[in-house]
Design a binder for this molecule. Structure first.
Ligand SMILES: O=C(O)CCC(=O)C(=O)O
Ligand SMILES: [Fe+2]
Length: 122
């Protein structure tokens, strides 16, 4: 869909055959202090596209263009967040921008998330 919107639909097969995916499951421990803690530093992903799933405990924050951090609120419990990474920015000659994001932990429950990271084959 992204490629089609950039009139790059003809490159879809080439794209699919030159990329691979890594699935990573993450656990964020309950913070030891009562204030909210940032358990992942603000970053952009370096791969092509990331598909994220967070299980029950929210915490993902994304930075807007004017520098404001907003918590990602999903419309339904079992929704996915899709973000592009730096490789996709390079691949589209800077037409799309990967978002800075981080994870903010509050409360008393550990947080689990799963990320499917697509990247160019080595
Ligand atoms: O756990 C999350 O929701 C975000 C993880 C993340 O940003 C990453 O692994 O690059
Ligand atoms: Fe990330």
């Amino acid at each position: 869909m992204i490629l089609e919107s950039l009139s790059l639909g003809n490159y879809l097969d080439e794209h699919m055959s030159s990329t691979t995916c890594v699935l990573r499951v993450m656990k964020y421990q309950v913070p030891q202090i009562t204030e909210p803690t940032y358990t992942s530093k603000a970053h952009t992903d370096k791969n092509l596209i990331t598909i994220l799933y967070q299980n029950l405990v929210d915490g993902l924050e994304v930075q807007t263009k004017n520098g404001e951090w907003i918590g990602v609120e999903l419309s339904q419990d079992h929704s996915f967040v899709i973000m592009i990474g730096e490789s996709f920015r390079a691949w589209t000659n800077g037409r799309l921008h990967p978002p800075y994001h981080r994870v903010r932990m509050t409360g008393s429950e550990a947080r689990y998330s799963a990320g499917l990271f697509s990247l160019f084959k080595a």
